[in-house]
Design a protein around this ligand. Sequence first.
Ligand code: PLP
Length: 437
Amino acid sequence: MTGKGQLLYKKAKSRIPGGTQLLSKRPELHLPEQWPSYYSRAKGVDVWDLDGNHYVDMSFNGVGASILGAGDPDVDAAVKAAIDNGSMSTLNCPEEVELAELLCELHPWAEMVRYARGGGEALAVAVRIARAFTGRDLIAFSGYHGWHDWYLAANLAEESALDGHLLPGLEPKGVPRGLLGTSMPFRYNHIEELETIVAEHGSALAAIVIEPVRRNDPAPGYLEGVRNYADRTGAVLIVDEVSAGFRMNTGGAHLLYGLTPDMAVFAKSMSNGYPMAAVIGKAGIMEAAQSTFISSTYWTERIGPSAAIATILKHRREDVANHLIDTGKSIQEGWRQAADSVGLKVDIGGIPPVSHIAFQYEESQALSTLFTQLMLERGFLAAKAFYATYAHTGNHVDSYLSAVREVFPILVQTVDEGSVAARLKGPVAHTGFHRLT
Ligand code: PLP
């Protein structure tokens, strides 16, 4: 029987190109024709679909946004107060200044802050400021930084330039060809690739944009090397904390690694499910925002900053980062033991709060689709990634791992029998949101 979610998704695709606004929320990426697709209610890590089925979210948790869990009572109380006091006015909301003070207190190297509401949008703001400050055009980057022209321009040069960073085969249609050669990628932990870019374009580099950590920890000397190249070339070093921030500490992961950037960008997890993004930076650089035009009406509304202040204060007060790390470590350990006990070949990695598992078989993608299908039947949203939240309890972890211990032997059995595809109720999940670097 087709669920209401799948039926609605079919309708959505006729009205909304791609069906949804975020690639990673496409049901085809998880469990084609079976994924519940829409929620009627989400609270903590509990999710109810349109048919009233209940699931425990052991997968993406708002694609990384719900760091405290959906509908956190403290954040929601702050948001409700912001609504009651008026979410928009001709005048500015004081929470903007309070949040700026808080972000600069957490990151003592930063002195000024600008806001947006989405991560990719905030990265575009940061890149604009860096270009305005340096008077240069070129960007060297590593990792995923959103959908904007400055980033996709990398694929004008070579269709596969971004393959190792996010989306294999990503087409830069609609990005002006005039941007050809303005954005150059290098792979995480491959400082020699940045060195090559610097050797050729060093004096024209406006910014070096990196994620502080990805699936792997920074190799010794990598972050120092990046900082060094920024200093030598005069490029602005922008650290993208949209995914890494607030996972292992209250603030940017760069603080943990002793890296002092020139700018850092936050979004998603900083406001627990309410749109908010911040660009923080050294005053001399940030002031260049005044020499260009960066301005938007809804960047002044009150809900985002109110949610961010409540999220960050709770995160710090309740040592949320340690809970995320412990929870992620239990999941990684549980995966490992469950796999070892039945001889399932897996690759487990990622920082514990954002853990990843890959099945090391030729039919890897079919196997992970089957994993998602079998876990869904047991009441879990489960995938190759696990985003820990403050709402995950020991009980959630235990019941999830006990389901994993039921499912892993089935995966081994279907591999042995060559029946993986036959066990699937629908097509194999699409790939297209690779995070390989
Ligand atoms: N930068 C990084 C590192 C991200 O992980 C993401 C989203 O996943 C973005 C930027 C884009 O953020 P948003 O989806 O809010 O535009």
